[in-house]
Design a protein around this ligand. Structure first.
Ligand SMILES: [Zn+2]
Length: 242
């Protein structure tokens, strides 16, 4: 290689290395991941539809960081409790398992969790768990059955933590029994296997199963600091102790 060729090659490699390091530096929108402690820019999520959404270190999406914020403020919901987690997300498992007295996961699909359970007809006795976690499940199922089953298996004083995709500007959830193919469901409900898109009447549906309802909402300064979705909620459904 000629002297010039060697210099050129060296300059190219150096520029490429410097560029790659620079791209990893925190840039315009630094965040703090409240799960893993990472500080810096977040990456896109949702196939690129949500910017500043995913922590590059622990891969947490917005809703996991929202849950962690709620958990830090209300750890007693799980501390020393018997917990059942439907359609388990690994990041949520890592947060809750260390707090719980017993922690089990459940899914309708074999191999995905500790137990195969159908949330519309849960094969567990009445009043047998203290806490249920059910994130992004209700939009896939008969939610009246699922909510009443969750209420049944909870002990008095127990809690169900619920998250769903929701359009708060809609008074009523959008359901349409004529929409049945995967493509139609994607078009109408946002995902191939969703059967509705929730509106604000989610609250009435939760209460109809017997629950009392509180809401933990993504607000400032948490939103900008931790890269949350503005107004996203953990719905905290409680079975009265009395
Ligand atoms: Zn993280």
């Amino acid at each position: 290689m000629s002297a010039f060729g060697s210099w050129y090659w060296h300059a190219l490699v150096t520029a490429s290395y410097v560029g790659s390091r620079f791209r990893k530096l925190p840039r315009r929108y630094p965040r703090i991941c409240n799960i893993c402690g990472y500080e810096g820019s977040f990456g896109p999520a949702g196939k690129g539809t949500r910017n500043n959404a995913k922590c590059p270190r622990c891969k947490s999406a917005e809703r996991y960081r929202l849950f962690k914020l709620w958990l830090d403020r209300q750890p007693q919901a799980f501390q020393g409790k018997d917990v059942l987690h439907f359609a388990p997300e690994k990041s949520i498992t890592a947060l809750v398992r260390p707090l719980a007295r017993s922690y089990r996961t459940a899914d309708i699909t074999p191999g995905r969790a500790d137990r195969v359970l159908n949330i519309e007809a849960i094969e567990l006795p009445d009043a047998s768990v203290d806490a249920v976690i059910c994130f992004h499940v209700l939009e896939h199922v008969d939610d009246a059955k699922a909510l009443s089953e969750m209420f049944r298996i909870l002990r008095p004083g127990g809690t169900a933590a619920i998250m769903v995709p929701i359009v708060e500007g809609w008074a009523r959830s959008y359901e349409n029994p004529a929409i049945i193919t995967p493509d139609q469901r994607t078009l109408h409900f946002g995902q191939f296997d969703h059967v509705r898109y929730y509106g604000a009447d989610l609250r009435a549906r939760i209460r109809a199963a017997g629950f009392e309802l509180e809401e933990f909402t993504a607000e400032e300064p948490d939103v900008f600091r931790h890269g949350l979705i503005r107004g996203e909620k953990v719905f905290v459904a409680a079975k009265s102790a009395g």
